[in-house]
Design a binder for this molecule. Structure first.
Ligand code: HEC
Length: 202
């Protein structure tokens, strides 16, 4: 096979690679192109450092979380600091405004173990009359704050605002008798308990 006849100037620009007659021009990436490429790498590191270090007001996500927390504090100012007693828990069971907060705490922190409707997964069914650590309605708040069974049920005292703990207790109390689909059979040690209204509320 004949070598292709190349103009001398073009021949200068060829690399000496030759694979079965296929040759390669010696055209390195232009310097400006490489600089832009390197620039994007440097920029990405600075970007990560600046926006993803968890400081408030630097990313939409942390802004949003800060706004939600501030809003919740503002709203809680309206009801003050709730006490996790039977009277308070029962008072918020049917409260149209505040039961929403309890439900949202449940959806965020509890459904992974207790199921979307409290029907039970790793954690027990919270909708029937059989309970293990709970005899009175205020025991719900105790279990939530302190945890149970060596933290198989985690303690939420440091992770939830006390009002969130009380409101999610009200939400759990409201689930009783709801008979959700897929309700889990009782875990060992569960006993039937009297209705919530039987708890003395003074
Ligand atoms: C990591 C899984 C897990 C998460 C998350 C979890 N739980 Fe539990 N929960 C359990 C387990 C397991 C038990 C059973 C403890 C036992 O056997 O004594 C339990 C028990 C309970 C009980 C007592 C039930 C009874 O019969 O005594 C209540 C009330 C409860 N959880 C509410 C909640 C609420 C409200 C949340 C969210 C704030 C929550 N749990 C989050 C696993 C979990």
């Amino acid at each position: 096979m004949n070598d292709p006849i190349l103009h001398p100037q073009v021949a200068d620009q060829m690399t000496d690679h030759n694979y079965d007659g296929i040759q390669e021009y010696d055209n390195p990436m232009p310097g400006w192109w490489k600089m832009i490429f390197l620039g994007t790498i440097v920029y990405s590191v600075l970007y990560m450092y600046y926006y993803h270090n968890g400081k408030v007001t630097r990313s939409i996500h942390s802004d949003y979380q800060a706004a939600v927390a501030a809003n919740l504090r503002l709203q809680f100012a309206e009801i003050g600091e709730l006490t996790p007693d039977a009277k308070t828990i029962m008072q918020y069971v049917d409260d149209p405004k505040w039961s929403v907060v309890g439900k949202s705490v449940f959806s965020t922190h509890c459904v992974s173990c207790h199921g979307a409707n409290g029907e039970g997964k790793v954690g027990p069914n919270l909708t029937d009359d059989l309970w293990k650590n709970v005899k009175n309605v205020d025991d719900i708040a105790k279990v939530i704050l302190e945890g149970a069974n060596n933290n198989a049920m985690p303690a939420w005292r440091t992770r939830l605002h006390i009002n969130e703990a009380v409101l999610v207790s009200s939400y759990v109390a409201s689930l009783r008798g709801s008979n959700p689909a897929g309700a889990k059979p009782p875990i060992t040690g569960e006993k039937p308990i009297p209705p919530w209204s039987a708890t003395p509320q003074n």
